[in-house]
Design a protein around this ligand. Structure first.
Ligand code: DHB
Ligand code: FE
Length: 279
């Protein structure tokens, strides 16, 4: 049976893309964060996963206010980046895995998650940037991907507990996939951020610390938060932490830390990284 070998969670701020593109010319403030990805890359190099299920929030590229599913699963042959206002990205599409997508969709509906299914799906910075961080060389070619989009744009947003349960349901579905493929579940977004608000520069250090700790050992305590708690503590877009919680839900039993960091501030968003192995 297929196996979830780990959950990798990372912020996805758009400027990660330009920092990667500018290579050695990039500003020095990026160095600590980019270096902090090295242990995760090494782990991936050693493990060679076949599949990445990517839990992310679409920011208006694929879904807009007129048509916004709470949970949507991609079932396409591939997933392209499109113009988010900075021009059309020049990298190739990420490979999909329609057979596994349909297995996942059937299993999720069976487990009472009534999701939207997308036979075409464009992916934005929230999908692209963490994959490019984790697989810096030719990331579209390294793993087959399944995007799972969770609404953080238009209220009502799904409760943290529901997102954690979604992650568990994804874990069950993968465990029932009859191959020996290795799967990583990736959750993108967070940590605390309030783009555009007067409190923008307030970074909720104590909340972020608590969150990083709880994700490893006590995810249920985060799942007990209401969305209002999360927004108060982590800011309007702090809701993106539900992606981390959902990814954690896909792990079961004993969990060990591969790496965690949230280094020097590079934006008003608290940019962080947490990688957990199953077992
Ligand atoms: C920023 C963070 C996000 O999560 C996002 O989607 C867009 C921008 C930022 O901090 O710049
Ligand atoms: Fe975002």
């Amino acid at each position: 049976m297929a196996q979830v070998i780990g959950a990798l969670t990372s912020s996805h701020i758009p400027s990660i893309g330009s920092a990667l593109a500018s290579g050695p010319q990039r500003e020095s403030r990026w160095q600590p964060f980019l270096e902090s990805c090295a242990p995760v890359r090494q782990w991936l190099e050693a493990q060679q996963p076949d599949i990445a299920v990517v839990l992310y929030n679409d920011h208006g590229l694929n879904f807009f206010l007129d048509n916004l599913p709470t949970f949507a699963v991609g079932a396409a042959f591939d997933y392209s980046a499109q113009d988010e206002g900075w021009g059309v990205p020049s990298f190739p599409p990420w490979r999909g895995y329609p057979e596994l997508s349909w297995h996942l969709i059937e299993s999720l509906v069976e487990q009472e998650f009534d999701i939207a299914t997308c036979q075409e799906m464009a992916v934005d910075h929230a999908f692209i940037n963490p994959l490019r961080l984790f697989w810096p060389d030719e990331s579209p070619l390294k793993v087959r991907t399944i995007p799972v989009a969770i609404n953080t744009v238009q209220f009502p947003l799904p409760r943290p507990a529901r997102c954690y349960a979604l992650g568990k349901a994804i874990g069950h579905a993968i465990a029932a996939w009859p191959t020996h493929e290795k799967v990583v579940v990736i959750g993108t977004g967070g940590l605390s951020h309030r783009p555009g608000s007067e409190q923008e520069s307030v970074s909720s250090t104590s909340f972020n610390d608590r969150c990083m700790e709880a994700l490893q050992d006590n995810p249920e305590c985060l799942a007990r938060l209401s969305m209002a708690d999360l927004l108060r503590e982590a800011g309007a877009q702090g809701a993106e932490i539900i992606m981390w919680l959902a990814a954690r839900g896909a792990l079961h039993g004993k969990v060990s830390k591969i790496h965690s960091s949230y280094p020097t501030p590079i934006s008003n968003t608290t940019v962080g990284l947490l990688a957990l192995a199953n077992g």
